[in-house]
Design a protein around this ligand. Structure first.
Ligand SMILES: [Zn+2]
Length: 457
């Protein structure tokens, strides 16, 4: 543990602060040993002497943002010509053959690049859904753990999977699928090897069959049993498009949620990416089961997927968090921008006096933490991990703004000025300072990987 971690640091007098729990911290936050040890009320000073102070008087402070759903490898296929302007199923079919050629060095570069991009946008925890395991990439989880460790990112790495290839009536090509047994063996291995259970865990593992149209029912059932046995969470895509509804009705004779329940997945250790096409009755069932939803506004708009019924889901008892989704359907990975997208998209659906900027921020912080089953991140309170994002309102776009917290969202912030993960500074002056890294070199290496991947077709 570094010396810095054991010192008391007062992040002093922020311009504005959002604690995500209603607590007053207008005088700032005191951090020690990677955790928040005190909230300082407006005009007050810390109760105990501090070793250092950090002047936050020009910064808007929020909990570190939490991204609940991503496919980091997709940073290699942003704005990919063959996939442009297509809805989900044709979009997937255009990209699967490219993705099936992913190599280990490409995944490492993509994970590092995506985590860097997210960190610079104020995101401190990332859930990644990696479901591509072609022959060259059976150690994908190990590659991602290595990249996350080097970046000092807090991650929920989900062991994704595809086992229902084209020849069995699924959507992915055969070379991109594994057998159920290969998948389950590796799921067990990575849970045992990497899943941390302690307060402040930096790496957690969840099991994540890709979607109803890319895995067998047997795998869904077995994954649910294994997750229960090892007390880890479950994740998948569900109810993203009308195509998926039709697929489920044709193949299983069930709507997606009925199918989910039939394979033992309707409970509070499950979170679903998208969760759009549900009936009122289905929303109530999701609420009663306390299922989590990773709301992905940009992706839903780009693929014309539909409007997630976020507030109705929350009112029913479901948990709602925010996500950027994979970089082939966003195509950026910027969490603070996604907060604005969530506000704007949901305003098309809900009255302005019911859907506010605070709701969008709440989803990206406390909401996302609940979705990932975490009680140690997502808000600023004593005992929580010191995961903190700070934004400077020093550009033309913010000039003349009155409410600094509202301005962060309404004027369109897109980069964090300072970011701390577990009490360690990762970003200062809008640059990654730890680890010391050459972003130009990383972008060059990453773009070379993207070109190689596209040319391998
Ligand atoms: Zn996704």
């Amino acid at each position: 543990m570094s010396q810095l971690l054991s010192q008391r640091l007062w992040i002093k007098n922020p311009l504005a602060i959002f604690t995500a729990n209603g607590l007053d911290a207008r005088g700032g936050i005191v951090v020690e040993n990677g955790q928040i040890v005190e909230l300082v009320a407006n005009g007050a000073k810390p109760q105990h002497a501090v070793d250092n102070t950090f002047d936050a008087s020009s910064l808007v402070v929020t909990p570190g943002l939490i991204n609940t759903h991503h496919h980091l490898y997709q940073t290699l296929t942003r704005a990919f010509p063959a996939a442009l302007n297509k809805p989900l199923f044709p979009w997937l079919q255009a990209l699967y053959p490219v993705w099936a050629r992913l190599q280990p060095d490409m995944l490492h570069a993509a994970t590092t690049l995506g985590l860097s991009e997210l960190l610079l946008s104020g995101c401190t925890t990332v859930a990644d859904h990696h479901y591509l395991y072609p022959q060259a990439l059976t150690e994908a989880m190990d590659i991602q753990v290595d990249a996350a460790n080097k970046m000092g990112a807090r991650v929920m790495l989900t062991r994704g999977s595809m086992s229902l290839g084209e020849k069995d009536g699924g959507l992915p090509p055969q070379q991109a699928v594994q057998t159920d047994q290969q998948i389950l063996d590796d799921c067990e291995r990575v849970i045992k090897q990497y899943h941390q259970r302690d307060h402040g865990a930096m790496i957690q593992v969840a099991l994540a069959p890709c979607s109803p149209f890319s895995v067998t029912s047997e795998l869904m059932v077995a994954a649910a049993k294994m997750a229960k046995q090892h007390d880890v969470m479950l994740h998948t895509h569900l109810a993203e498009t009308h195509d998926e509804n039709e697929f489920c009705l044709q193949r299983f004779g069930l709507r997606p949620l009925d199918y989910l329940e039939s394979v033992g997945w309707l409970h509070d250790k499950v979170w679903l990416a998208h969760g759009i096409h549900f009936t009122e009755q289905e929303i109530n069932r999701l609420g009663q089961a306390k299922v989590g939803i990773a709301h992905c506004p940009s992706s839903n708009m780009i693929l014309s997927s539909g409007l997630c019924q976020t507030l109705a889901l929350e009112r029913a008892g479901a948990k709602v968090g925010l996500a950027v989704d994979g970089s082939a359907s966003n195509d950026g990975s910027n969490m603070i921008q996604e907060v604005r997208q969530a506000l704007l998209l949901n305003r098309l659906h809900y009255p302005a006096n019911e859907m506010g900027h605070i709701d969008a921020l709440r989803w990206a912080t406390a909401g996302s933490a609940a979705v990932l089953g975490r009680n140690d991140i997502g808000s600023l309170a004593v005992g929580m991990q010191a995961d903190i994002a700070m934004f400077k309102l020093d550009e033309c776009r913010f000039s003349g703004a009155h409410d600094a917290l509202a301005a962060l969202i309404l004027c369109g912030a897109y980069k964090a000025d300072a970011v701390m993960v577990a009490g360690q500074w990762r970003v200062k002056n809008a640059e990654i300072v730890n680890p010391v890294m050459d972003l130009v070199e990383l972008q060059f290496r990453h773009s070379q990987c993207a070109m190689r991947l596209a040319q391998s077709l």
